[in-house]
Design a protein around this ligand. Structure first.
Ligand code: SAM
Length: 136
């Protein structure tokens, strides 16, 4: 897991900047702007990805799914997975997973009512993750 360092850009905070969030630092904003010079649609891509998340969660929640695992959740922003799912059923549950400790640190710092946030490294062992998910 990467140590938290606000002087080094972090892709989740770059993403947060593109989404118009507040959880980013100068190094993140600088990289985000540089990336836009070589790939100008990146910020639009981030927003459209977020809109897709909303449509996908709404779609399955409307068909009865009540438990979600959001892998690579990123930073809390407007209309998180639990906001969307709980808009359909207030009892819906979401486990947020990210391999970056910034996520859980930022979530705790903000004391927002995120149901669960685990820093879990996925790529190293899908089998281990599957066991973890099955034990929830
Ligand atoms: C581009 S952000 C997407 C954030 C959010 N899902 C969204 O749609 O706005 C990708 C996130 O995936 C996380 N991530 C990347 N590789 C991961 C891995 N192997 N396991 C868990 N999270 C990972 C990053 O830390 C980052 O927060």
């Amino acid at each position: 897991m990467e140590p938290f360092d606000r002087t080094r850009p972090n892709i989740a905070r770059v993403w947060d900047y593109w989404l118009g969030g507040k959880d980013n630092f100068a190094a993140d904003r600088e990289l985000a702007e540089k990336m836009l010079t070589v790939h100008p649609v990146s910020a639009q891509m981030a927003r459209e990805n977020r809109q897709f998340l909303g449509r996908a969660v709404s779609y399955v929640a409307a068909r009865g799914v009540r438990q979600f695992i959001d892998v690579g959740a990123g930073l809390p922003t407007a209309l998180n997975t639990h906001d969307i799912a709980r808009g359909i059923d207030p009892q819906a549950r979401v486990a947020y997973v990210d391999n970056d400790r910034c996520k859980s640190g930022c979530v705790h710092a903000r004391k927002r009512p995120i149901p669960v946030s685990f820093p879990v490294r996925m790529a190293s062992s899908t089998l281990a993750w599957t066991r973890w998910a099955a034990s929830m």
